[in-house]
Design a protein around this ligand. Structure first.
Ligand SMILES: Cc1cc2nc3c(=O)[nH]c(=O)nc-3n(C[C@H](O)[C@H](O)[C@H](O)COP(=O)(O)O)c2cc1C
Length: 225
């Protein structure tokens, strides 16, 4: 698979096959992704990798926590989104919801169906491997951007092994449980999780391709003619 194919075939995979992933592959990915660029080569990423019994145990703890309430009301340590949205972001977010819930056959007014899908985040969508990505809380926007570079490098490299991924900021809402479970030091803050596994490409959750804005909507070209 070449780099173009890797970038083009990556999707936020929201259901994984019951197929184990060789831990040596994930270890390799975590290391190779650190070739990502970072301002001043600060390499701000901190990674916690879980599989097997520890992952099952953590999922059980979170399941018990969210059993009788809506996890969308749990706060992350940072604002995942601005409190109110404006265009074009508002429309894009709504369109994403329509596409995802539409593919799953969950209606607009089906609050229980939407909640159930959100809660699947905390099962890692059945993925056998999970990463948590954290950052020193004293670092700033530049280093947070570098985290994105690390995560995307890992996601593209995963395609090289035929693996699929889903970055999950929803897990930031479970920061207390995760911190306690992985013994994350107080100076670190949980940014997101990353599910890794072999995607079930027959599952409705993976049946659509998310749209993108037109090139000219986000890039001003000068001197290209
Ligand atoms: C940092 C980050 C966090 C995300 N968190 C979640 C999440 O918690 N749950 C989820 O289902 N998708 C999550 N996504 C996936 C986005 O919804 C998805 O990337 C976007 O809709 C574009 O679709 P695509 O990745 O399939 O191209 C996240 C993506 C990123 C980059």
């Amino acid at each position: 698979m070449d780099v173009f194919e890797a970038a083009d075939s990556r999707i936020a995979c929201r259901w994984f096959l019951d197929k184990p992933v060789d831990p040596a592959i994930v270890r390799d990915l975590i290391g190779r992704a650190a070739r990502a660029a970072s301002g001043g080569n600060l390499q701000s990423w901190q990674v916690y990798a879980l599989t097997g019994a520890p992952l099952a145990d953590l999922k059980q703890r979170v399941a018990a926590h969210i059993a009788d309430h809506d996890p969308r009301h749990d706060d992350a340590e940072y604002p995942i989104y601005p409190k109110t949205m404006w265009e074009p972001y508002k429309g894009r977010r709504e369109a994403h919801g329509v596409q995802l819930y539409g593919a799953l056959g969950v209606g607009r007014d089906d609050a229980a169906g939407r909640l159930a899908q959100y809660k699947r985040n905390f099962e890692f969508f059945n993925a056998p491997m999970a990463l948590f990505i954290a950052i020193d809380r004293k670092l700033g926007p530049g280093q947070w951007a570098d985290l994105g570079g690390y995560i995307h490098t890992l996601m593209f490299l995963a395609r090289g092994y035929g693996l699929d991924t889903c970055p999950q900021e929803s897990w930031a809402r479970m920061h207390r449980i995760v911190r306690d479970f992985v013994s994350m030091p107080p100076e670190q803050m949980l940014f997101c999780a990353l599910a890794i596994g072999y995607g079930d490409h027959t599952h409705p959750a993976n049946s659509f391709r998310s749209p993108r804005a037109k090139l000219t909507d986000f890039c001003k070209f000068m001197g290209f003619e």
